[in-house]
Design a protein around this ligand. Sequence first.
Ligand code: ASP
Ligand code: MG
Length: 409
Amino acid sequence: MALIVQKYGGTSVGTVERIQGVAQKVKGFREQGHDVVVVVSAMSGETNRLIGMANEISQRPVPREMDVLVSTGEQVTIALLAMALTELGCAAKSYTGGQVRIHTDSAHTKARIQAIDDENMRADLKAGRVVIVAGFQGMDDNNNITTLGRGGSDTTAVALAAALKADECQIYTDVDGVYTTDPRVVESARRLSKITFEEMLEMASLGSKVLQIRSVEFAGKYNVPLRVLSTFEDGPGTLITTEELDSMEQPVISGIAFNRDEAKLTLLGVPDVPGVAAKILAPVGAKNIEVDMIVQNVGADQTTDFTFTVHRNDVEAAYEVLEGVSKELGAREVRKDSKICKVSVVGVGMRSHAGVASQMFETLAAEGINIQMISTSEIKISVVVDEKYLELAVRSLHQAFELALEDAN
Ligand code: ASP
Ligand code: MG
């Protein structure tokens, strides 16, 4: 008998029939004797619909009111699911984030969970009830409704699992697990039976959208066993854990992530003197533009070319900043390029294997793909290439690292 926290995403609760389907599933777990806490998202499309209405009224809606608005999506689902469970003869009670006392800071629309009071939930579980909690929302010190950022229901589920010391946190979604890469790009992409938190964090931050990044950080920090699985098909899904496979089974590369959302900016012919990098990036940061990869190289003529990437939405703003900086520093030219993509290979197995980078670069070279930028961490190598090579790069790397082969378990 276990204590399980289950989260059902927007598609899983997208219609009344689907909510009834989720109720059936939950009832099945109760019948096996498990205690169940369920976290739900808003019905699919609902959060976007609410945001759309707000944007019709205001270009910059008051964040506090935005949270009052968007938190209603989840409130609908918890009530409907509680009703559906009751209809099936399964005792259940719904709670908003505030009612369960999910305490957050006051950063509206991107609040962080600070504490959770598990008393009510424990009492309900003890009384044999399924506890249903609205995902994505909490309450600050002054009883204002807050929300946790898009996709935040994942984080609610993990935080509840941590607070309740649940045996497992299960994220039910419309895919049956985490894949070696996006199956829409590589047909032979394979579901991973296991992946480490570190790898999942890299995959998520590099563009794999299965889980909200915050939820993976949270699960790693509190050591919550996390499983991603399908609402619509039975199967083991993917377990995200701290345990690595033993070295015989551990593949060198676990997955390939990619991201089409970045753009590249280059400042050519910058004087090669101390303080230049700071002078370039400080005004970019001051505009709240996040910088991802950075490459700087020294030329023969005492100047350097400075290249970095930002989110594509920020490229015009960053370009404007650089035009100013360029004049100030006496640089030769500013260039921007949005037709790029980032392709990354991720794997903890890299730590104990030499030659991953060269294998990656050789594979790309064999396809005639030029590498524009490179960055690495202990468990990841990312390259920036021309956007038109995205599919080819991902496919050839998937093959080169033999990711389509069955994994050991
Ligand atoms: N309903 C929210 C969203 O669409 C939260 C979630 O689904 O996780 O972002
Ligand atoms: Mg989601």
